[in-house]
Design a protein around this ligand. Sequence first.
Ligand code: RUB
Length: 316
Amino acid sequence: ETPELHSDVEETARRIAEMEVRGAASIADAAAAALGTQAATAESETPEAFRRTMRAAARRLYETRPTAVSLPNALRYVLSGMDGDDVETLQTTVQQRVSAFRDDLDDAQDRLGQIGAGRFSDGDVVMTHCHSSDALSCIEAAVESGADIEAVVKETRPRKQGHITASELRELGVPVTLIVDSAAHSFLDDVDHVLVGADSIAADGSVINKIGTAGLAVSARDRGVPVVVAAQSIKLHPKTLTGTAVAIERRDIREVLDEETHEDIGAAEVANPAFDVTPPRHVDAIVTEHGQFPPESIVTLMRELFGDSVSEPWTD
Ligand code: RUB
């Protein structure tokens, strides 16, 4: 029987599934915070009941979206630090672990931004896809160091996360040209860098990010524009070390077209994959808080950080 979960866990799970909270780093942060609330408010009478409730909460959060590995990495980090022989100690250790996780997430993004900023020179034009807080951290650090950067921002159908990117770049004072996705190839002649984030990075250096990233990277390679992926180490997918493929989320077709339009076009099949896989040969560098890596050597960092065994502490 499933233990009753705090309404915050249910609400966070709903918000992640419906993309009110989105982007790999924000999803991880929100999930960790929800585990913290669950722990703080638990009314479990025994340590075993507490552990069971925490596992159920983690499972609920885990099942929301499949592609961003930052989510299971966050849940694993928090639950693996759950320690103690009584409920109170268990509660404290979970809460400490949640705070440490959330602080590290912020620090990693800041450090990564400083490292990524080094790639940009004054006057450079950067093309973005989707909305990535890790990628924006690099542009922010470059702007803060005094560089004038301009951006060409891909709209990113169907959810138009490019609008979020445009608005955040405008807040930084960056001149923005918003384009539809299919215009990317035409604009690459005027661009010095392609900069994207990642939902997961596989052991072979493949980058799993918003649908359209792979095509953009092929175009960029054709035009000789370097492709930079900004991804803190929580985006490294440890299970790919043992050959597991990253699941690509398929979302509701109503994100693509409404029911009436669907009928108008004869109820054609509609596919709505949310992510794609960019092979390492189309990526120039992965910028993490531990430095920049050519995609082929990211596996070294992955082994160092995760070792060989990947636990799933939310399974009963
Ligand atoms: C978001 C997306 C982002 C990564 C990285 O997809 O593909 O590029 O999650 O973001 P969605 P961040 O909008 O479907 O969640 O750098 O903020 O973690």
